[in-house]
Design a protein around this ligand. Structure first.
Ligand code: NAP
Length: 260
């Protein structure tokens, strides 16, 4: 007799931040793994294009505008996703932004705006989607965090604070969800080649990279691909009931050196 019912065959998933980078790759990977997916971001046209590509490949996908900084938008997105795909079984919180500035140069409005997206935005998804999962006694919630929680980086103090907040919230949630059948998990990527940081000017990018080298961050030149992180998220939600990948850190593998 199994200790848990296996995952149902149909597990609708929502992904925030699905218009780019890790979120887009995760929506694609989940759809390839057989999940119906709801793609949300402010650039809904880009989400719609990706949803059409997924559908053309035989998957099930739905796109809807989502601004995680706006409570009404999250509420509307959550309801639209459930209407389109059925009760949501998997939530991936991937929406994020990053403004490069030193903490003492950052104005508090910008600081707060980043927390609104990265931390409160993740909480908004939880508050609109997790109670139903608890009632159904199953589901997966995945928070895309960052290795800055383990090893902070310069010029991203608001981001570091927000991701520490996300992991703190996720840890408390894991305890509160124990025994409910709902698994909350943290996926903590290292440097990943995405849209993030692409809007920094060349001088800022150069200075930031020099600082990262000085603080021992950039150990080698390889970055993760968004699909690498998506594979980790897919592994977390695909893990059979009875086990829980509660924290997964993903780092880029180093390029091969001369044989030793
Ligand atoms: N890149 C890295 O090195 C790295 C490392 C560790 C963790 N992460 C995390 O990975 C996640 C995805 O980032 P990424 O690297 O893939 O960057 P990205 O390519 O810039 O994607 C960010 C996504 O977040 C969405 N987003 C931003 N603000 C939003 C809002 N208010 N409401 C809804 N969606 C919003 C963007 O969509 P719209 O602009 O269309 O709204 C976009 O789809 C973030 O949580 C980030 O912190 C990234």
């Amino acid at each position: 007799m199994p200790r848990f019912e296996p995952h149902p065959e149909r597990r609708p998933a929502v992904v925030s931040g699905a218009s780019s980078g890790i979120g887009a790759a995760t929506a694609t990977a989940l759809a390839t793994a057989g999940h119906p997916v709801a793609l949300g971001a402010r650039r809904v046209g880009t989400c719609e294009e990706l949803a059409a590509t997924i559908r053309a490949g035989g998957g099930e996908a739905f796109a809807h505008r989502l601004d995680v900084a706006d409570a009404d938008s999250v509420k509307e997105f959550a309801a639209a996703a459930a209407d389109a795909l059925g009760p949501i079984e998997v939530v991936v919180s991937g929406a994020g932004e990053l403004a490069a500035a030193r903490v003492h140069d950052l104005d508090s409005e910008t600081f707060l705006a980043q927390l609104q997206v990265l931390l409160v935005g993740a909480h908004r998804l939880v508050s609109h989607l997790v109670p139903d999962m608890v009632r159904r006694r199953r589901g997966d919630v995945v928070f895309v965090s960052s290795d800055v929680v383990r090893s902070p980086r310069t010029r991203m103090g608001a981001y570091v604070a927000a991701k520490n907040g996300v992991e703190g919230m996720a840890r408390a949630l894991q305890m509160e969800l124990e025994g409910t059948g709902v698994r909350a998990s943290i996926v903590r990527p290292g440097p990943t080649a995405t849209g993030m940081g692409m809007d920094w000017d060349a001088q800022t990018t150069g200075e930031v990279l020099e600082e990262w080298v000085r603080w021992g961050h950039a150990r080698h030149p390889y970055f993760l691909r968004p699909s690498d992180v998506a594979a980790a998220v897919t592994a977390v939600v695909s893990t059979p009931r009875g086990a829980h990948l509660s924290l997964v850190e993903v780092q880029p593998e180093a390029p091969l050196e001369e044989a030793r």
